[in-house]
Design a protein around this ligand. Structure first.
Ligand code: SAM
Length: 275
């Protein structure tokens, strides 16, 4: 028991929260599990926590029980609001629910630093939200850490190292300015209804500064081109960049190498040579 609120199965029944695929609704109903995910986010005391897609509120309850100063939760499905109101009543002044689309709301004005983000993300907007958090106008970002549930395949791409099939744009974008590790692995049966694939929780902690100097736009443009045709040699996939062969050599990269073998440090060196 993490609180005195009703079990989540009862909450779902009482509020008629049948899961909708279009909203990426795969709910976590085991409060021990949601408490464990909240613990993976580290010490929440004194922090505002942003949660995207609280649904019936399993993770929300875990975050509040773990001592978050405040949880700001954005939920698109209005059917969930009465269930979330019950949680807000049980934790007076600590849960602020915003009805709307997380892709469209400027959350920063609702949050006071220090801020952490934790969510069992809707699969259809998960990667887009992650990339927006990883590429803000200024660094360090408004958040200290991200504790996020993804399909296992996406989690693998986030933490992948050069030489693996999963290594690509998401690995570089994340690891350039953050530490990332998989902290939990979950089978489909952990969710209601169970999705087709396994899931994983990734813990991403912002670094105070990028790991290697580079211009963000240049780095991202290079990485996008390089991985668009990952089987091609870099001198071919990057041929749209004037003088690329010399720039690759200046960055210590063999022009006949393929993108998936090049580490972050070399990509940053190439971004500097191109800029
Ligand atoms: N956090 C709950 C849990 O763990 O049981 C629900 C997770 S479920 C995977 C995703 C949640 O995100 C759903 O409640 C869904 O309604 C909500 N959602 C989907 N798209 C959204 C969007 N664009 N903005 C905000 N919430 C969204």
């Amino acid at each position: 028991m993490i609180d005195d609120l009703p079990p989540l199965r009862e909450v779902i029944q009482a509020h008629g929260l049948s899961a909708r695929k279009s909203l990426g609704q795969n709910f976590l109903l085991d409060l021990n599990l949601t408490a464990k995910i909240a613990r993976a986010a580290g010490d929440l005391t004194g922090h505002d926590v942003l949660e995207i897609g609280p649904g019936p509120g399993g993770l929300t309850r875990g975050l509040l029980a773990s001592g978050a100063r405040r949880v700001v939760a954005i939920e698109k499905d209005p059917r969930c609001l009465p269930a979330l109101q019950q949680i807000a009543d049980a934790y007076p002044g600590r849960l602020h629910v915003i009805e709307g689309d997380a892709m469209e709301i400027d959350v920063t004005r609702h949050l006071t630093p220090p801020i952490k983000i934790a969510a069992n993300l809707p699969y259809n907007v998960g990667t887009a939200l992650l990339t927006s958090w990883l590429d803000p106008p200024d660094w360090p970002p408004f958040w200290e850490s991200l504790t996020l549930m993804f399909q296992r395949e996406v989690a693998d791409r986030i933490v992948a190292q050069p030489g693996s099939k999963a290594f690509g744009r998401l690995s570089i974008l994340t690891q350039w300015r953050a530490d990332a590790k998989i902290v939990m692995d979950l089978p489909p049966q952990a969710f209601t209804p169970p999705p087709k694939v396994r899931s994983a929780v990734v813990q991403i902690t912002a670094l105070p500064e990028p790991r290697f100097p580079a211009n963000s736009k240049v780095l991202q443009d290079i990485v996008a081109r390089a991985f668009q045709q990952r089987r091609k040699m870099l001198r071919a996939s990057l041929k749209g960049i004037p003088g690329i062969e010399d720039k690759l050599k200046a960055a210590g990269i063999d022009p006949t190498a393929r993108a998936e073998t090049i580490d972050l440090e070399r990509f940053c060196a190439l971004a500097r040579a191109v800029a």
